[in-house]
Write a protein that binds this ligand. Structure first.
Ligand code: LMR
Length: 331
């Protein structure tokens, strides 16, 4: 236990001192590739993983290929990045699994409320036969999944205390572009407002929306907690990313370069998933240190959230695929 605590503390420290944005390091003659994502800060698991991937490629494929990282929606935001990947304007992305609704319904399984007991269950599902098959469920579109990056469990924040779903009645919540997430908010008696990640802070601040749902990393690094009454530890979903590239880009690489790239992608994925819990613990404690309010639920309150949201499963089971839902629920 002590050893584990030390390892977690060391990882947390490494994350805490990671540079804000990695210096892009392309030399003349190298094939320049771009990694675009929407998150920021220094303690965010996606920032750390994207920078680590770029650093490894820049070193191990030096002279052949380099990766430039564009965080904080500075190159492409949510609405454009998938299209940009297909157009060859960017080569690497790691969007949330909730953002693929116009390409596949199957990934909606990750948005079913309370389908995963905790992050370990969610990660087990990603490693299962069904989970692995979903990684490349959009091959026909031209997307190649390089790995799942777990980001953390999700929690609701709002401009008033939320202890039961009844507290959320009538409020407006920002959601990602997911039909399942929209239905979940409606099941709480609230209104869903799909919106790009880059717009969430402003929308909370100006009260265009009353609340949102996210991981500790996003709530901390985007300062959502500063413009909300508090965050409730609902643990209602796991947020995970699809670390991805395009088939066209992969097919354009020489076999030895592709093999090296795939090995690095795999190593970085393992490293990212091994450190995500420590990163989330650090982001949570940073919110508390900065004066943010976090509320926990007792068993009866938690049950009220589960009861309110469970009908959403039935609504989407058929379009996601009953076998996929079953495999996720049993993981
Ligand atoms: C969100 O839009 O809330 C998240 O998917 C952002 C992210 O990439 O973590």
């Amino acid at each position: 236990m002590k050893k584990l605590a030390h390892a977690l503390a060391a990882t947390a420290l490494a994350i805490a001192v990671a540079p804000a944005a990695m210096a892009n390091d392309c030399d003349p003659g190298e094939r320049v590739t771009k990694f675009s994502h929407v998150t920021g800060g220094t303690t965010h698991p996606k920032v750390v993983a994207a920078n680590s991937f770029a650093a490894r490629v820049n070193k191990e494929l030096n002279g052949v290929m380099c990766v430039e990282v564009y965080p904080n929606s500075t190159l492409f935001g949510d609405s454009k990045e998938l299209e940009a990947l297909l157009l060859g304007d960017v080569q690497f992305l790691a969007p949330s699994l909730s953002k693929f609704g116009s390409y596949t319904k199957k990934l909606g399984v990750f948005d079913l409320p309370f389908i995963f007991k905790d992050m370990d269950a969610g990660m087990r599902f990603t490693q299962s036969k069904t989970g692995k098959s979903l990684l490349n469920s959009m091959e026909d579109v031209g997307f190649v999944g390089l790995g799942y990056w777990a980001a953390g469990m999700k929690y609701f924040s709002a401009n008033k205390p939320l202890l039961t779903p009844a507290d959320a009645k009538g409020l407006k919540f920002r959601v990602q572009t997911s039909d399942v997430a929209k239905a979940m908010i409606a099941a709480m008696g609230a209104s869903p407002q799909p919106m790009a990640f880059a717009e969430v802070y402003g929308a909370l601040q100006t009260k265009v929306v009353d609340g949102q749902e996210n991981t500790w990393a996003n709530i901390y690094t985007k300062k959502f907690f500063e413009v909300q009454d508090g965050t409730t530890e609902t643990n209602h979903q796991m947020l995970a990313y699809l670390f991805m590239t395009s088939k066209e880009f992969l097919d354009s690489l020489k076999p030895d370069v592709r093999a090296k790239l795939m090995r690095i992608a795999n190593d970085v994925t393992i490293e990212a998933n091994n450190s995500v819990k420590a990163a989330e613990a650090l982001n949570r404690s940073n919110i508390v240190k900065a004066g943010g309010t976090i509320r926990t639920l007792n068993a009866a309150q938690r049950k009220a959230w589960v009861d309110a949201m469970m009908p959403v499963w039935k609504q989407f089971e058929k379009e996601i695929g009953p076998d996929i839902v079953k495999a996720a629920a049993n993981s």
